[in-house]
Write a protein of this length. Structure first.
Length: 306
């Protein structure tokens, strides 16, 4: 599969221009002159010409890599469509050495689709896209993270807890390796910023971050509840709600890759992650982000390890 994570923390405009100039050695258009070197033209959805490549790469996967190398878009978020049919191009598809045009789409679904195939306990999981279940769970628990992180801008997510059988954490982590069921991953909030929902029969629901309890939160029932999460990557803040009721907000690192995480520890668990429009985020979230954020260093250290 042609999948990878490539985080660019800064962009040098001149360097990007040099890369594109080196790649686009031969110009092309949708109506090339017969006898010219075959070329592939990349357009935006609006029809603007973005890039062109000649000679044509052997496969779609290699074409995506060259688009990433140009500095235009990370490979993980690229979706290429045939201009004539709007058919989605598969990564292993062989490209003919003929003039052709493709449309480049920025597909952000990897930021809210679970990385099931990459999970250390993938054989125990079921689901697709933002849905995950664990009917074959053999370990005590399993942390699931998204395929790709977020690192810039505003993002609103919803954890639809269709059912959780015992304990549940959901939120953000800066460590993709938190996926899985190793002993040191039992309390995922020790390496993240999360809503701890409590557990069957009680528990102490809380906003937890980097090993500290910051604030008591409402207990989350085992079925049919939604935890909302608004993330401001640029200003370094996250706010949580329960069924639309704001619960609390805290600091997070600015402009840092952060993966969304959920914690499953019962075979009946069923969690669905959605990414609605920012317009659907409760207004109280934005107020919380603008207000005083809870300082992780001033929280109460979490004593439990398992």
């Amino acid at each position: 599969l042609c999948v990878q994570y490539s985080e660019r923390t800064s962009t040098n405009t001149q360097a990007r221009g040099n890369k594109m100039a080196a790649i686009d050695q031969v110009g092309c258009s949708a109506q090339a002159t017969p006898g010219d070197t075959p070329c592939i033209l990349i357009r935006s959805m609006a029809g603007a010409e973005l890039l062109h490549f000649s000679p044509i790469p052997p496969t779609v996967c290699e074409l995506k890599q060259r688009i990433e190398d140009s500095g235009h878009m990370a490979l993980a978020f690229q979706k290429l469509l045939r201009e004539d049919s709007l058919a989605v191009c598969e990564d292993d598809e062989v490209l003919e050495a003929v003039d052709q045009v493709m449309i480049l789409v920025n597909d952000q679904s990897p930021t809210w689709h679970w990385d099931l195939s990459g999970n250390p306990n993938a054989e125990q999981l079921e689901g697709e896209g933002g849905v995950v279940k664990c009917p074959k769970l053999k370990t005590d628990y399993n942390n699931i993270v998204t395929r790709e992180p977020i690192s810039a801008g505003l993002h609103y997510f919803e954890f639809h807890l269709h059912h959780y059988g015992d304990e549940q954490w959901c939120g953000l982590t800066d460590d993709k390796e938190m996926a899985g069921s190793d002993y040191e991953k039992a309390i995922p909030s020790k390496k993240g910023w999360m809503y701890y929902a409590g557990r069957r029969g009680g528990g102490h629901p809380a906003l937890e971050a980097k090993g500290f309890k910051l604030k008591d939160l409402e207990h989350v029932g085992q079925e049919g509840n939604v935890i909302g999460m608004l993330v401001d990557c640029d200003n370094g803040a996250v706010a949580f709600d329960l069924n639309g009721r704001i619960q609390g907000a805290c600091e997070i690192p600015k402009k840092t890759p952060l993966w969304v995480l959920t914690h499953l520890d019962d075979r009946t668990d069923h969690v669905e992650l959605r990414k609605p429009s920012l317009e659907d985020a409760p207004p109280s979230h934005f107020d919380a982000l603008k207000g005083a954020l809870l300082d992780v260093s001033k929280g109460t250290r979490i004593g439990r390890n398992y």
